[in-house]
Design a protein around this ligand. Structure first.
Ligand code: GTP
Ligand code: MG
Length: 204
């Protein structure tokens, strides 16, 4: 069966929220995970990807997403909206538990096809991102960098951050070479993200 980008307009459903490894839902469809620092725009990008406003819960306050949230897109894909790493207004213990959960999920999930590592266009790749990608480089996880919030920077600053991110990409050998620049606000680059993810969709 041939499918196109309108696949991402398929009905979506929340299937599970997992705060522990034991509560992860069973492996069914191919999975795409959205990861990145707190507040980088993971939940907003998930919503933009599937053309919805409030499938995933967003917030101005870092630490909004507190568990791994699993959503099905039609009958072809599972999207995982993850808690943030790095800065969040949560306790050290909570942060440690999230980091452990995120790491164990990424290392062990057989259905995970790609992790989208989100980078805020206003900040570029920061130390926690670099460290996180170092960890991914040592695993078999296929990952790709996605710039977020591109609407908040000037064209000049966007070019600068694109260049510095391309440079960072070169030091992370396992990263997918295509860098995607997006805005959940203007929907710029969402079609490119969909194109990159379409090959993973399960077709009957
Ligand atoms: N201008 C602009 N704001 C955005 C964009 N994407 C997200 N935001 C805002 O950034 C804030 C954080 O967005 P979330 O999607 O909740 O971020 P998150 O990465 O899921 O955050 P945590 O779950 O706390 O880790 C919200 O106030 C969003 O409205 C974007 O493309 N442009
Ligand atoms: Mg979130």
């Amino acid at each position: 069966m041939n499918i196109g980008l309108n696949f991402f307009r398929s009905p979506c459903q929340f299937i599970a929220g997992a705060a522990t490894l034991e509560s992860l839902p069973p492996v069914t469809l191919p999975e795409i995970a959205f990861i990145g620092r707190s507040n980088v725009g993971k939940s907003s990008l998930v919503n933009a990807l599937v053309g919805q406003k409030a499938l995933a819960r967003t917030s101005q306050n870092p630490g909004a997403t507190k568990q791994l949230n699993f959503f099905t897109v039609g009958e072809g894909l599972v999207i995982v909206d993850m808690p943030g790493y790095g800065f969040a207004r949560v306790s050290k213990q909570q942060k440690g538990e999230w980091d452990h959960l995120i790491r164990q999920y990424l290392l062990g999930r057989t259905s995970l096809k790609r992790a989208c590592v989100l980078i805020d266009a206003r900040r570029g790749v920061m130390k926690p991102d670099d460290e996180f990608m170092d960890m991914l480089d040592e695993t078999a996880v296929s990952y790709q960098i996605v710039l977020t919030k591109t609407d908040t920077v000037s064209e000049k600053d966007l070019n600068t951050v694109l260049q510095s991110t391309e440079k960072a990409l070169k030091s992370h050998v396992a990263a997918h070479p295509v860098l995607i620049a997006t805005s959940a606000e203007t929907k710029s680059g969402i079609d490119m993200l969909q194109e990159q993810l379409l090959p993973f969709v399960h077709t009957k």
